[in-house]
Design a protein around this ligand. Structure first.
Ligand code: KIV
Length: 271
């Protein structure tokens, strides 16, 4: 084994992500947990501790019920498990919409208690004032427009946005408003391809698509969806793994071994 000291790895920074506009596509995944984050860290430019963890890890119906402390707990785990990727933590519903001051207080708490490098919040033009307030005070903000799951009750569910071209100007205005307010990057979720292309052209910050085609500067997926752990992944997700089957196979073999008393005995392990 080498005794060479490990070279310190510098984390990817917010300006490095911002500088990727129109360049090499930005690779991103969600992660909520130290061990999976350590694997994702080797490949992703940024890792999002998304509030989708409420649905994926905790069985909630929507992200609306996710509390701040839960985001902080998972954010800490992901920061501990990683060394290279920028870690971004979602601000959950109810922690930033009321006023820029409330948003700052909660964003600062997330950054101090997790060690993450940036926060993400949902909303376009309506959140521009808050984004400016945060960035001017040292909080890097990733914006999130298009389909915004925290507003699913207002939107009537998780619906693709921009099917009607009359709605495009509002979405493009949202993108421009968050970019002008200082967001370093914007997630564009669930929009039709021509709208994703217009948004990407309209702003000088990277757009990160999810269910928004390849007309973006990068892509993010929910890790469990692309690993094959979600029995009903969204239609746009390319599934790269078969983890549910693999877990089933391993757990059933284990159960069988235990039933056969084929588990390690004191003799085999502790001698
Ligand atoms: O919470 C989340 O996982 C997200 C992604 C879907 C972008 O916001």
């Amino acid at each position: 084994m080498s005794t060479e000291p490990q070279k310190p790895v510098r984390r990817i920074t917010v300006p490095q992500i911002a500088a990727r506009k129109g360049g090499e596509p930005i690779v991103s995944l969600t992660s909520y947990h130290a061990h999976t984050a350590a694997i994702v860290d080797r490949y992703a430019d940024f890792i999002l501790v998304g509030d989708s963890l409420g649905m994926v890890m905790h069985g909630m119906e929507t992200t609306v019920g996710v509390p701040l402390d839960l985001m902080i707990m998972h954010g800490r785990a992901v920061v501990r498990g990683t060394r290279r990727a920028l870690v971004v933590v979602d601000m959950p519903f109810g922690t930033y919409e009321e006023s820029p001051n409330v948003a700052f207080r909660n964003a600062a708490k997330i950054m101090k208690e997790t060690g993450c490098g940036a926060v993400k919040l949902e909303g376009g033009a309506r959140m521009a004032e808050t984004i400016r307030f945060l960035t001017e005070r040292g909080v890097p903000v990733m914006a999130h427009i298009g389909l915004t799951p925290q507003s699913s009750h207002v939107m009537g569910g998780f619906k693709t946005q921009g099917r009607d071209a009359d709605t495009w100007p509002a979405h493009i205005d949202d993108a421009q408003a968050v970019a002008e307010a200082g967001a370093f990057c914007v997630v564009v979720e669930g929009v039709v391809e021509p709208l994703a292309a217009r948004i990407t052209e309209a702003v000088d910050i990277p757009t990160i698509g999810i269910g928004a085609s390849a007309a973006c500067d990068g892509q993010i997926l929910v890790l469990e969806d692309m690993l094959g752990l979600n029995p009903r992944p969204p239609k746009f997700v390319k599934v790269y793994g078969a983890l549910a089957e693999e877990i089933e196979r391993a757990v059933s073999s284990y159960a069988e071994d235990v039933r056969q008393r084929a588990f390690p005995t004191e003799d085999q392990v502790y001698r």
